[in-house]
Design a protein around this ligand. Structure first.
Ligand code: PLP
Length: 426
């Protein structure tokens, strides 16, 4: 088929008529499908159900240091959970704090703490005239919502397949002391599924920020979330790289088992230098008497070690892979060569990033909604919900069944075609 951008007005009008008829047919089906959030499917959640039974009521519910996990105590995680999350994060357990059920919550807290109390003795951000964060775009909407909530000014930094534009990052952080952080999803990024290259990680570790309290918010949410056994991305470990570069305090590395066990009921952790973790602890010991140690114990008993985690992630991949492949095949078959969209083909994570013709994303999402398919809101992948080109859409294939996903993907490509034709005719 001819590229849409090479069609004349008559050809586009004829095409629009055809697409309008197809759209009316789809609408009449009264679909109610959801491709909006990166949630595991019910079948994925079923994979962890045995975890519900690993702690028998008659069992000794003590952790390896003899503390009764049913009671208060052990503020920063039982040792076996630190070991498990340490292996998952590729850091020494001594550099880990285990938190509660959500890493996003810990990111929010870290910003809140920096606002009210400052970072390691520096001026609290709330006392400064200006606080800024760098935001690689497109990125994770919930990161941007946190910085927006605290009134932190966000600066877009373009993403590349190797990671954020590091020339821009280096230039900005070295000159502007009001830049206090950067949001990063370094592996299988949300939404593009890109993994930062070795060079990018090395450049991050060697940053020379003007602000002593600048921190990299390294959200390694998808560290072991591969789709393929034989085609996995590799990410250089940032903490060791920062230490090597003489910048040990530069990074907070977040992780959780949300998309390993149960989202919202997993365990979260932060890895950082000892000085940073001590800073975290001063806040944490006022905030809580301790997190859920029974859940920590449950995770350790169920997964045991990194091999256990990896084996489990292979089961997730077996369920996720066909969904990614279905969406990618549909995009290729229906949109390939038409010149109206580009998309990523990740090796892991939860998302596919789609870029439409400029000025079409909102229309595509609105049309999909009209046809009964909910997509992540257009603009959500940018700070303040403002995509300057109105072109990026995040596709989340994990939650629907394969059958529903097939229908949703067909609706999506139809909406892309229709919105593109309308744009070209406008
Ligand atoms: N970070 C990223 C990049 C995510 O995509 C998500 C969930 O989609 C989260 C964090 C949420 O993590 P948690 O459930 O640990 O709060």
């Amino acid at each position: 088929m001819k590229k849409y951008t090479e069609m004349n007005k008559e050809e586009l009008q004829a095409l629009k008529k055809e697409l309008d008829a197809q759209f009316a047919e789809v609408k009449a089906q009264g679909l109610a499908l959801d491709m909006s959030r990166g949630k595991p499917s019910a079948a994925q959640l079923d994979l962890s159900m045995e975890m519900m039974d690993v702690l028998g009521s008659g069992d000794d519910l003590k952790c390896e240091t003899g503390v009764d996990c049913r009671n208060y105590g052990v503020i920063d995680g039982i040792p076996e959970a630190k070991r498990l999350l340490g292996e998952m994060s590729e850091v020494d357990p001594d550099h880990i704090i285990i938190y509660g059920n959500s890493s996003l919550n810990v990111m929010f807290d870290s910003i809140a703490r920096s606002m009210t109390h400052g970072v390691m003795g520096n001026t609290p951000w709330c006392k400064l005239d200006e606080v800024k964060f760098l935001c690689p775009v497109p990125g994770y909407d919930r990161h941007f919502k946190i910085t927006e909530f605290f009134g932190i000014q966000m600066i877009n930094v373009p993403m590349t397949p190797q990671g954020p534009d590091m020339d821009m990052v280096e230039e900005l952080v070295s000159k502007d002391a009001s830049i206090k952080g950067i949001w990063c999803v370094p592996k299988y990024s949300n939404p593009q599924g890109y993994t930062y290259s070795k060079k990018t990680v090395e450049r991050f570790a060697r940053l020379k920020p003007a602000a002593p309290d600048f921190r990299i918010y390294w959200d390694n949410a998808y560290s072991i979330h591969h789709l393929y056994d034989d085609n996995q991305d590799f990410l250089v470990e940032i903490l060791a790289e920062c230490a090597k570069a003489g910048n040990p305090d530069l990074v907070y590395k977040f992780t959780s088992t949300s998309k390993v066990s149960f989202p919202g009921s997993g365990i979260a952790a932060v890895a950082a230098s000892k000085a940073n973790l001590d800073d975290f602890r001063t806040y944490m010991q006022i905030q809580t008497i301790g997190h859920d140690k029974l859940n920590q114990l449950r995770h350790v008993k169920f997964f045991k070690d990194l091999d256990g985690l990896r084996a489990h992630m292979r089961k997730h991949a077996a369920l996720l892979r066909p969904k990614f492949e279905l969406v990618l095949d549909t995009l290729e078959k229906e949109l390939g060569g038409l010149g109206i969209g580009q998309w990523t083909s990740p090796h892991g994570g939860y998302f596919i990033s789609f870029d439409s013709l400029d000025g079409c994303a909102k229309a595509i999402v609105a049309k999909a909604k009209e046809a009964g398919v909910v997509l992540t809101g257009a603009g959500a992948t940018y700070p303040y919900g403002k995509d300057p080109k109105d072109s990026n859409i995040r596709i989340a294939p994990s939650f629907p069944t394969l059958e529903d996903l097939e229908k949703a993907a067909q609706v999506f490509v139809l909406c892309v075609k229709l919105a593109s034709v309308e744009k070209l005719l406008a």
